[in-house]
Ligand binder design. Structure first.
Ligand code: NAP
Length: 259
């Protein structure tokens, strides 16, 4: 399917690995020129080189997207025209409700709520003026079904979800859509870190922790960054203009909601 977005300009945050990279790959394959960001230079440059094989312009920006400086660097590299924005950052660490102090909450809220909100506030006026735009926020299945050990993630992503619910409906009339993609477990470094947490908490092997988690997913496997990226690219396509303000689960059926 031609996604109809060849020649568009986009930003994909936290894109050197994992789900962000999956989104960048799918958008580059659809012909979108991209600014991609990550903290580590080596993986970022390697990803940029791979993405360029699709024949698009890739501008890597080495930065921490959760800082004001990183955010400013990414927006400066993107310039005046941003048609597509994919927000993303690393997820907060797992723990117990009693582990976290004010600073831990502020860090999580900065990364997974205030940074995506600031990016949207920066690019939405231009998208609305041009009459076309797509925003996809990578959040988490924990938005629909909060996960006990991920209290920092639950807290910050709930705030972002609330902001999007209102904002998406305020900008839709100008041809701009905002949606959230909610990953369940995908085979990335983040999943490895989560499984290692189970190894420590339950004193079991890594293989046992993985098998236990897979047994909780009706699809019987972890998702892949490529299929996550394909869903993101579709939401960014010309075909998805009537999908507005949705929270879309990609979790192999793990979250069983009737509505
Ligand atoms: P990942 O495999 O750990 O990849 C994270 C990517 O983001 C890397 O490219 C990393 O590069 C970059 N990054 C992290 N923090 C950054 C920052 N502050 N500034 C710029 N770049 C940053 O993670 P993932 O699995 O793709 O997860 C992406 C998001 O989805 C996370 O918020 C995660 O919590 C959420 N999620 C993932 C899953 C899953 O199963 N994978 C499930 C639910 C939710 P550098 O480290 O070099 O910066």
């Amino acid at each position: 399917m031609d996604l109809g977005i060849r020649g568009k300009k986009g930003i994909v945050c936290a894109a050197s690995k994992g789900l962000g990279r999956g989104c960048a790959e799918a958008l580059a394959a659809a012909g979108v020129d991209l600014v991609i960001a990550a903290r580590g230079a080596e993986a970022l440059e390697a990803t940029a080189e791979d993405l360029r094989k699709a024949g698009v312009t890739i501008t890597p920006v080495q930065c921490d997207i959760t800082t004001p400086e990183g955010l400013a660097d990414v927006l400066a590299a993107a310039g005046a025209q941003v048609d597509i924005l994919v927000t993303n950052a690393g997820g907060p660490p797992p723990g117990l409700w009693s582990d976290w102090a004010r600073e831990d909450f502020l860090k999580a809220i900065d990364a997974n709520m205030l940074t995506p909100i600031a990016l949207m506030q920066a690019v939405l006026p231009g998208m609305m003026a041009r009459g076309w735009g797509r925003v996809v926020n990578i959040t988490s299945a924990s938005v629909k079904a909060p996960i006990g050990v991920l209290g920092l993630s639950n807290t910050s992503r709930a705030g972002l979800t609330g902001f999007v619910a209102g904002t998406a409906r305020q900008v839709a009339g100008k041809g701009v859509t905002i949606n959230n993609l909610l990953p369940g477990i995908h085979a990335t470094d983040r999943a490895v870190a989560l499984d290692q947490g189970v190894v420590r908490a339950q004193n079991i092997s890594y293989e046992e922790a993985q098998a236990q988690r897979m047994a909780s997913i009706p699809a019987g496997r972890y998702g892949s960054p490529a299929e996550f990226g394909a869903a993101c690219a579709f939401l960014c396509s010309t075909h998805a203009g009537f999908i507005v303000g949705q929270n879309i689960l990609l979790d192999g059926g793990a979250t069983n909601l009737s509505l």
